[in-house]
Design a protein around this ligand. Structure first.
Ligand code: FAD
Length: 439
């Protein structure tokens, strides 16, 4: 009995629960497409929370990502961002951040230019959208406001002294202080535990008192990203009220609270909105026939089969398991799709780690056509029902381009648009198509 599969029938199956997978589910939900999503834990918990579009190009800092996008189209037409209309990219970011805001995790809207944001070590990076909890930091930096960075005894990987030293020239009015975190004054402490503790009013009151005791004449206080897990905007607003000063977060080293916040929000909200979300699991096989696609996987209760009319593959690269690197070459894990890569393993990396051109392995990935359907070795569509999104796509080095979330969100938008077109075509051809079911 335990091995009798449970069957789900849906319109769209999304494989992957990184930013691309979750963005695809959000876009599909907004288009009233029935969705099942499966994903193991991936890179999401590592992200800073910033949503980058293009932060660097040819090793130079980019302040206008839209202009950089226009240049990218000319120089790298195969780059996934070059293959999505700029208006659609803007719409995708707006739809994604609006959804987060409506679910209680406010983000700045995508603007005309990049925001200069702080990294955990006090360097600066260019990004398109920042969580509302972090927005006061870039503003205070630009205004050179009197600001104190407060770090905590026992918290590793976040040093106010390091931040202030690296930012001294840009931000002369920046100082730093170290305090104990309320109730965790001894031993090692962790951002996730601190964030959950700040969901409690008493901890917030005690922290506000401790912050005020060291803030001196500073009008702005920067802290590591610990301002609550589920209601960070409220936690920040209350600390602002209690201290009478502007408060902002700075991302910490991974795993980071802003990434965990995103993951927990998606896992909580999407099922409430009707997505059949199967978290912490991997699809072990994906097959297609005339009726649709079948995904096979297993959870603690036994095997599961998902029958879908269309599938979006958003399984990421090496860290998340979408691609595997073997001595003989790089392989796509689920369907053995051809992977564009250097001809020889010896060419994966350049001799110098800091080579400004980057390393060829970081641009490996699968090929898609203009409808974001993966291609076979012969250059044909793998299947009309299969679409792909995210950093599994070839011809981009998202780390060098500072474009991780941008590639994920833009290509998810495109893949969902194309999947919707396909599903609408099927509906027109087969008006009696079965409704979405779970049994
Ligand atoms: C340390 C770090 C910091 C980052 N900082 C930033 C930042 O500041 N700004 C920014 O814009 N981006 C940042 N990113 C990038 C961002 O988090 C994403 O990695 C990126 O947007 C790619 O998203 P993705 O969904 O395509 O892939 P991933 O995030 O890699 O997600 C792939 C998903 O597919 C799942 N998967 C794989 N195989 C299967 C299978 N067989 N069945 C089911 N699921 C499967 C994985 O478990 C995972 O959930 C950072 C990433 C890292 C690692």
């Amino acid at each position: 009995m335990k091995d009798t599969p449970r069957h789900f029938t849906t319109q769209l199956a999304v494989i992957g629960s990184g930013i691309a997978g979750f963005a695809a589910s959000i876009f599909a939900l907004n288009r009233k497409i029935a969705i099942a999503q499966v994903g193991n834990s991936g890179a999401l918990a590592y992200t800073t929370g910033y949503l980058d579009l293009i932060g660097k190009r040819n090793d130079a800092v980019v302040s206008d990502p839209w202009q950089a996008l226009a240049k990218l189209r000319e120089s790298e037409p195969k780059h996934p961002l070059s293959r999505v209309d700029a208006g659609d990219i803007q719409r995708a970011f707006t739809e994604f951040t609006d959804f987060l805001g409506a679910c209680g995790l406010a983000y700045s809207a995508p603007g005309a230019g990049n925001i200069t944001a702080l990294t955990p070590v006090g360097t600066l990076k260019q990004t398109l959208c920042v969580p509302a909890t972090m927005a006061a930091g870039p503003r205070a930096l630009t205004a050179n406001s009197p600001c104190v960075i407060v770090d905590f005894k026992g918290l590793k990987g976040f040093s106010g002294v390091e931040l202030a030293a690296n930012l001294r020239e840009r931000w002369p009015q920046l100082t730093t202080q170290r305090i104990g975190f309320p109730g965790m004054e001894r031993g090692e402490i962790y951002p996730e535990v601190m964030a959950r503790a700040l969901e409690v009013a008493t901890t917030r009151e005690q922290l506000a008192e401790a912050l005020n005791a060291v803030a001196g004449t500073a009008t702005v206080i920067g802290v590591p990203a610990i301002l609550g897990m589920h209601r960070p905007d409220q936690v920040r607003a209350e600390l602002k009220r209690l201290t009478g000063r502007e408060i902002f977060e700075i991302p910490t080293m991974p795993p980071s609270v802003p990434g965990i916040r995103l993951r927990e929000l998606f896992q909580q909200v999407l099922p409430q909105k009707g997505v059949s979300l199967i978290p912490q699991q991997k699809v072990t096989s994906l097959s297609f026939d005339g009726d649709g696609a079948t995904l096979a996987l297993r959870d603690a209760f036994g095997p599961i089969r998902i029958h879908a009319q269309a599938v979006i593959l958003a399984t990421g690269r090496f860290l998340s398991g979408g691609l595997d690197a073997h001595p003989a070459g790089i392989r796509e894990h689920l369907l053995d799709l051809p992977v564009t890569q250097a001809a020889d393993r010896a060419d994966w990396y350049r001799a110098r780690y800091t080579d400004p051109r980057g390393h060829p392995i970081n641009s490996a990935g699968i090929e898609v056509d203009d409808s974001f359907r993966p291609l076979t070795r012969e250059g044909r569509r793998y299947h009309e029902r299969l679409f792909s999104a995210g950093v599994i796509l070839a011809h981009q080095d998202w780390i060098r381009g500072r474009s991780g979330a941008g590639i994920a969100i833009a290509t998810a938008f495109k893949a969902v648009t194309e999947a919707e077109r396909f599903l609408a075509g099927r509906q027109a051809m087969f008006p009696g198509a079965p409704p979405v079911q779970c049994h």
